[in-house]
Design a protein. Sequence first.
Length: 134
Amino acid sequence: TSYISEIEKNMMKYDNVFEALLYLDKKVLSKDYKPCYFFVSNAIRMQLGNRTNRFLVFIEYRMKKLWKKLLVRHIKTKKLNKKLINSSALSSYLIHNFTLINVLIANKTSKKDIKILIKSMKSKVLQDLDFKIA
C-alpha cells in the first residue's frame, strides 16, 4: 500500500495523463527500479490464496480509481468529449500494461524492449484521447 500511496501522491500532481506517464516512465526505466510486488503478484494472482487475491483486487481497484481520476482531469483540462472516451477501459488498459512492464523487468527484459512497450502504450492512450474534442 505504500507504493500505491506514493503513486497517488506523485501522479495527482499532474493535470495531463501524458505527464503522469512520463513520470512513471522515468521511474520504471531508472537503473535502481525494482519490480513492484503488486504488479508482479497481480500477474499470477489466481495462483495465490484467497486473502492475497482479495487484497490485490482492492489495490487494483485503487489504482483504477486513481487513473480514472487523472483521466477525468485530463479530459476536462483538454476540453475533450467525455462521452467518446471510455475512461474505465483506458484505466484498466494502463494497469494491465504496468503489470506487464513489471513482469518483464522482473524477468530481465532489455530496457530497449521495455521502451518499445511504453511507446506503444502511450500511442494507444493518445489514440483513444485524440480527436475527441467537445
